[in-house]
Write a protein that binds this ligand. Structure first.
Ligand code: BMA
Length: 326
């Protein structure tokens, strides 16, 4: 039996696998959970992250404002499905207490490490790169130093230090819609200085991810290794298609890939993934887990338009990744 190394969270969103589902991941029957215009002045909320907090859930959401510029919004939920949003973008201060101006902020991931919560997202430093915000109470948010120079996207922190250091996946890129990109891993003793950069996985492994790949939801610690869900992109004559892939990384050295599925685990098929602001996108940014049952609930953005949910179990996901690894 494959085990998730985390606490029990028996109330995460859940539906059993439908009998007619062939793949290792199945969608929530009432998707999308966040539809268009959920907040005043925001047209779409997608590519967002939730975590357990004080008996319920809290999340940081990518809200596309009516100017087209994305900012981060806070949301709370009792059940991980119905979300109550704050109506103003997140206010963040720097180390001196001065409010931080964001040219844009998008694709947040949210993680708790040693009782501190971190938002990892993409923002401008004379070009897109990773931003890092810390909070302990979801009332005061402090901007830390940018971990990396531009251009970089899809920063994903591991939920615990490994060999005494913080560890982050990222995807070095270019100034626009990158036409290339592999996943790298970097380490830091203090979340300030990042180094020991290692290559983890390349795009072009299979056709569905032959253009670029990028980290997705927070790595899930299992008895078999770090289970990661990431996005992979292929280029068609009508543009990019974003699907969800899976891999297992070594627990002590996550730059080592133990297994990587050649098949995608979820690709745009439903209307709310195929049609929208950007057609053909599934983009995972967080996952909730329950150690006791092995259940996993994955939050993903559909077509850059909505927030949706999908389910799997650690057994289903890991077995599938191993079966289709090459
Ligand atoms: C990427 C990011 C994501 C987006 C995706 C598809 O480059 O901007 O936020 O979901 O493109 O448009």
């Amino acid at each position: 039996m494959i085990k998730i190394v985390s606490s029990d969270l028996p109330n995460i969103p859940w539906e059993d696998k439908p009998h007619n589902c062939e793949g290792p991941i199945w969608r929530y029957s009432k998707n999308p959970i966040v539809k268009r215009r959920p907040i005043a002045n925001v047209s779409r909320v997608f590519n967002s992250a939730l975590i357990p907090y004080q008996g319920s859930y809290i999340g940081v959401f990518r809200g596309e404002t009516l100017t087209g510029v994305p900012y981060l919004y806070l949301g709370r939920s009792q059940d991980g499905i119905k979300i109550i949003f704050e109506d103003q973008p997140l206010k963040v201060v720097d180390a001196l207490g001065k409010e931080v101006y964001f040219e844009y902020a998008y694709d947040p991931r949210l993680i708790e490490i040693e009782n501190v919560f971190y938002i990892v997202f993409c923002t401008a430093l004379y070009g897109p790169t990773i931003g890092l915000i810390k909070t302990t109470d979801f009332k005061h948010f402090v901007m830390l130093e940018h971990p990396f120079l531009p251009f970089n996207r899809n920063g994903v922190l591991f939920p615990r230090k490994i060999n005494g250091e913080y560890v982050m996946l990222s995807r070095p890129s270019d100034s626009t819609h990158t036409r290339f990109g592999d996943i790298f891993l970097s380490s830091s003793p203090d979340l300030l200085y990042w180094g020991k950069h290692r290559h983890v996985m390349e795009a072009g492994y299979e056709w569905w991810c032959n253009t670029k790949i990028g980290g997705g939801s927070n790595p899930i610690e299992t008895s078999e290794g770090w289970l990661i869900f990431f996005h992979g992109v292929t280029t068609t004559c009508n543009g990019f298609v974003y699907a969800l892939g899976g891999a297992l990384l070594d627990l002590e050295d996550p730059s080592k890939v133990l297994y990587r599925s050649a098949n995608y685990l979820l690709a745009p098929e439903e209307d709310y993934e195929v049609n929208g602001f950007t057609p053909n996108v599934v983009f995972p940014c967080s996952a909730l887990t329950d150690a006791k049952t092995g259940r996993i609930a994955i939050y993903y953005g559909g077509a850059d338009t909505n927030t949706s949910l999908a389910f799997t179990t650690v057994n289903e996901a890991v077995s599938y990744i191993k079966k289709y690894a090459r």
